[in-house]
Design a protein around this ligand. Structure first.
Ligand SMILES: Cc1cc2nc3c(=O)[nH]c(=O)nc-3n(C[C@H](O)[C@H](O)[C@H](O)COP(=O)(O)OP(=O)(O)OC[C@H]3O[C@@H](n4cnc5c(N)ncnc54)[C@H](O)[C@@H]3O)c2cc1C
Length: 404
């Protein structure tokens, strides 16, 4: 059969459909929403960071990492295979060929218009140019294996095809259409689905309400059972009782896995590194508070001084060296115990999904069910923030679209 059906019209679905159509296949996309690529519009704060200059398998994780792949070998091999099939350079070539302009800042790639819509529209116009059929408002309700392929149906319609690409996303940001319902159909066909969990999300900690809305540059370390695991730099955001911001998202996958194993999880926030605080504290005549304000968000300064009973009006020159050392240490070592995490509504990605051991990374075909291919977030792989997830969706999609 020359026909391919793609379930899901996100990045992965569109990229797979374009590739398959370029091979002369007759492609139909079945999409739950009334538009394509709804999630793309909210990526990268509306700017869509679609890939990264620094592309390595080390920046991806699967939930096997927390079960039987402790060394990360299976995950690394799988991701390396996929990236050797289609990587960031290939992706940039594709987008250039489609006439989309982009820019790079600190290794992160964005559309030159700085609008996520540009990326979405560039893919959508390729779907139209190739006459790819798109069936909107199609909420897949069953996948049946037939003697010569698959029968896909919603409540009213049926589509038949020799091979299918499942690109229906994971559970993250369900309001964009990806509510994880396709895991069920894949499980019914015999696949192992590793429990989906929110990834790249907020972490919950108790902090004074004065800090609501503060956004502060810092260096944040994840500590699990009293051992520092990793440090990330960037803005920490205090928002609605949660800790947020890219460095928190980057640490969230390991933090959540540890919380689920009842480990003690802390974030140690260092506001003093990479500042001129030491110089400010040596200027006789100004107050401790004035010196701290030169480097650290005033609300953070006020809260930490107050909670540690330190008089911010003390004059430098009069304060003992050991007290100054103690104050700087307080700002280098602010400890938040993590007591929860944001759900799928606030997550950017999903950890868990289809077991990578059941997918051939050279083709993205299921090892369990011949003729069924998978792409994107539905697979149990999550990348760091920085364009790695859209790259993943695109790499897996191009491989699936080349082989389905
Ligand atoms: C707020 C936010 C910001 C992000 N920012 C970035 C970023 O800057 N860079 C980056 O790399 N990644 C980012 N990501 C992650 C990235 O958006 C995803 O990893 C990527 O879009 C996944 O693509 P996908 O095509 O696999 O899935 P999705 O984009 O989720 O697409 C799946 C599609 O399948 C459809 N579907 C689902 N179920 C069915 C069904 N039963 N029947 C028919 N259709 C169905 C859905 O409606 C959806 O259109 C962000 C995510 C979020 C939520």
């Amino acid at each position: 059969m020359n026909r391919i059906i793609v379930v899901g019209g996100g990045v992965a679905g569109m990229m797979a459909a374009i590739r398959a159509a370029d091979r002369g296949k007759k492609v139909t996309i079945l999409e739950k929403n009334s538009e394509l690529g709804k999630k793309i519009l909210i990526t990268g704060n509306g700017r869509c960071n679609f890939t990264n200059e620094d592309m390595k398998s080390d920046y991806y994780m699967s939930s096997l990492r927390f079960t039987d792949d402790r060394t990360g070998e299976i995950t690394r091999e799988f991701v390396d295979k996929v990236l050797s099939g289609y990587n960031n350079i290939d992706f940039l070539d594709t987008l250039s060929g489609l006439g989309m302009s982009y820019y790079v800042r600190e290794g992160y790639y964005y559309p030159k218009t700085d609008e996520a819509r540009t990326f979405r529209d560039a893919l959508e116009s390729e779907i139209k140019r190739r006459d790819i059929e798109v069936v909107y408002n199609f909420n897949l309700r069953s996948i049946e294996k037939t003697s010569d392929g698959f029968l896909l149906s919603d409540k009213k319609r049926e589509y038949h095809s020799g091979s299918i690409v499942i690109a229906a996303g994971g559970n993250a940001a369900p309001k964009t259409g990806s509510s994880g319902d396709c895991y069920y159909y894949l499980k019914k066909l015999g696949h192992n689905i590793l429990e989906p969990q929110p990834a790249l999300t907020t972490l919950k900690a108790a902090y004074p309400s004065d800090l609501q809305g503060v956004n502060a540059l810092s260096s944040i370390s994840l500590k699990i059972d009293n051992k520092i695991i990793r440090t990330e730099k960037g803005f920490i955001k205090y928002y609605k009782g949660m800790l947020s911001g890219i460095p928190v998202y980057q640490l969230s996958v390991e933090a959540i896995a540890a919380l689920r194993q009842n480990s003690k999880v802390e974030l140690i926030v260092d506001f003093a590194t990479d500042t001129n605080l030491q110089n400010a504290m040596s200027l006789k005549g100004s107050t401790v508070r004035e010196a701290l304000y030169k480097s650290i968000n005033p609300k953070i300064v006020d809260v930490i001084l107050r909670d540690n009973n330190i008089d911010g009006e003390m004059l430098l020159g009069v304060v003992d060296e050991s007290d100054i050392k103690h104050i700087i240490e307080l700002f280098s070592n602010v400890n938040y115990e993590i007591i929860g995490f944001g759900g799928f509504d606030s997550a950017q990605a999903t950890l868990g999904g289809v077991d990578i051991r059941e997918i051939n990374p050279d083709t993205m075909e299921s090892r369990i069910c011949k003729g069924l291919y998978m792409a994107g977030e539905i697979i149990d792989i999550v990348g760091r923030c920085g364009g790695y997830n859209i790259q993943w969706a695109s790499s897996t999609a191009v491989i699936a679209g080349s082989n389905a």
